[in-house]
Design a protein around this ligand. Structure first.
Ligand code: MLC
Ligand code: AMP
Length: 496
């Protein structure tokens, strides 16, 4: 038996002395150095008691060791579980209790809080920017070879939590085959090679920055300019030496806001990819007018990896997300029945890219994953007669802010728990930078409660990006005849 993900992404680079990660301080980790570091970290995981199938939770800064830790989890046969660094103690507690990991890796500065959550149930190891974390220090003394643990293609490689309409986050179980098949499709389609240099400014705890960007780079042997975060000046200075960038639409609107973005600046770039949130047609057009390059928009989800992409060769149409990836089927349905081309319906997807179900949630899995293998995305779309897909809306109650998904129900639950609040409705309004931003309409029981007092009680429970940017105190929520809150009415009222 083999370990298809390790064998395809990491093993081939054992003797490859080309640069893999180029960091902000100018230092470089070569591919061979990466393979060795992965092995050292796999030894630490094994010594810490990680057995095949165990979860390794990681809430850590964006470091070369964090990427190597992903590789180490794969090599040790573990299940990698990355978490947003913005999550608060209460959010983290839920993930750790639900996933029951063997090891939790966190930023050294959070070790006390994380140990308090884990108790005796999981080992806590740390990473730190200066290399002083216990995981890194322990790894330094380990052998640079590790016997790769065999896994079946359907065994889990990763567990990624995605918020849900019920307010409870669900762990999407992703297998070795799910991740590898998608990386292969994207690398082929976007013609990524060892000659590419990728601008990597995305976080590495989500599908986009981790799997779409890193797995394809590893598969192709490309160089990655690994940035701590998104910074316009750094990106502008790196574009002339790079060939490829992957980003959320906010990256493109922010770049367009800088006069240094010109046709000359991007002369060496061969591909700009956008995804995770809708790219406005006007951004697409403005980017082409300024640079001569047509952004390639693709569409995906945590549960499915990437689903569709505009073509590399061929027309990249603004406002569409392109064609189903090779090996991936997309159907548009109404009540589960396929509709005619050109009609709006639910986007459903089937293929090797589609996840294995939700961790510990068989009922949720059964609701969203049909016996036929089709996954119900919650996105509404149209398929043109040539197969091109356009997303026209979402059936799920979801806000996407700067590429981060925010489920209103989760925030409403926290607001409704505030003493003196009767009920609330959280909704998204257009936002020039983030695409959408979060507002909350609140009905009070206790008229003396102020919006500041509500915010002060809500904020400690939720990551900063989920915080409502404004609380609108109102006498009643608009409802339809069925009693359902009309968020479209709230949106229309407060969009300005
Ligand atoms: C940061 N903030 C956000 C935010 N990001 N608020 C709302 N939405 C966001 N996305 C907060 C900060 O905490 C800060 O709070 C304030 O907003 C301003 O921060 P900033 O300095 O402007 O933000 P920045 O650090 O530049 O981050 C913005 C960003 C980042 C767009 C670069 O959010 C980002 O990298 N987004 C990418 C997310 C992503 O990878 N999504 C892929 C999911 S996978 P304060 O306290 O200062 O007010 C997926 C599947 C698929 O969806 O198809 O890919
Ligand atoms: P996540 O659950 O974080 O993986 O986010 C997946 C969701 O992001 C999808 O269900 C879509 O609603 C949205 N999404 C991803 N890519 C695009 C895109 N190109 N255009 C519009 N929405 C997108």
């Amino acid at each position: 038996m083999t370990n298809i993900l390790y064998d395809a992404l990491i093993a081939p680079h054992a003797q490859n002395n080309a640069a893999f990660l180029v960091l902000d301080d100018g230092t470089t980790m070569t591919y061979a150095g990466f393979v060795a570091r992965v092995a050292q970290l796999a030894h630490v995981l094994k010594d810490a008691g990680v057995r095949p199938g165990d979860r390794v939770v990681v809430q850590a800064p964006k470091l070369s060791d964090t990427i190597a830790l992903y590789g180490a989890a794969v090599q040790a046969g573990a299940v990698y579980l990355p978490l947003n660094t913005a999550y608060t103690q209460s959010e983290l507690t839920y993930f750790i209790e639900d996933a029951a990991p063997a090891v939790v890796v966190c930023d050294a500065k959070d070790a006390g809080n994380v140990s308090a959550i884990c108790g005796d149930n999981a080992r806590v190891l740390t990473l730190a920017k200066d290399g002083s974390g216990s995981l890194s220090v322990q790894a330094n003394d380990q052998p640079t070879r590790f016997d790769t643990v065999a896994r079946r293609p359907d065994d889990l490689a990763a567990l990624l939590y995605t918020s849900g309409t019920t307010g409870r986050s669900k762990g999407a179980m992703l297998s070795h085959k799910n991740l590898l098949s998608n990386a292969q499709s994207l690398t082929d389609l976007w013609q990524i090679t060892k000659d590419d240099r990728l601008i990597h400014a995305l976080p590495i705890f989500h599908t986009h920055g981790l799997f779409v960007a890193i797995n394809t780079a590893l598969l192709a042997g490309a160089q990655v300019r690994f940035m701590a975060g998104f910074d316009v000046d750094t990106i502008i200075s790196e574009i002339p030496a790079s060939t490829l960038m992957m980003g959320v639409p906010t990256f493109y609107t922010r770049l367009l806001g800088d006069a240094r973005l010109t046709r000359d600046l991007v002369a060496n770039m061969r591909l700009f990819v956008s995804g995770s949130a809708p790219l406005l047609a006007e951004t697409h057009t403005a980017f082409e007018d300024r640079t001569g390059q047509r952004i390639l928009e693709r569409y995906g989800m945590t549960e499915t990896n990437m689903i569709t992409s505009n073509p590399f060769d061929g027309e990249r149409l603004a406002g569409t997300v392109g064609y189903a990836l090779p090996g991936t089927e997309v159907q548009i349905t109404d009540n589960g029945q396929p509709v005619a081309d050109g009609e709006i319906g639910m986007i459903e997807v089937r293929g090797d890219n589609v996840f294995q179900g939700y961790w510990n949630m068989p009922d949720k899995t059964a609701e969203e994953l049909r016996d036929t293998g089709f996954f119900i995305t919650g996105d509404l779309g149209i398929k043109a007669d040539d197969g091109r897909i356009s997303i026209v809306g979402r059936q799920k109650d979801l806000i996407i802010s700067g590429g981060y998904n925010i489920y209103p129900k989760e925030i409403e639950d926290v607001i409704n728990d505030v003493e003196g609040v009767l009920e609330s409705a959280v909704f998204g309004v257009p936002h020039a930078d983030f695409g959408e931003s979060v507002l909350a309409a609140v009905v009070l029981e206790d008229a003396s409660l102020t919006d500041e007092a509500i915010a002060a009680q809500v904020e400690p429970h939720l990551a900063r990006f989920k915080h409502p940017r404004r609380y609108v105190i109102t006498d009643a929520l608009p409802r339809n005849t069925m009693g359902k809150v009309q968020k479209n009415v709230l949106r229309a009222e407060h969009s300005a």
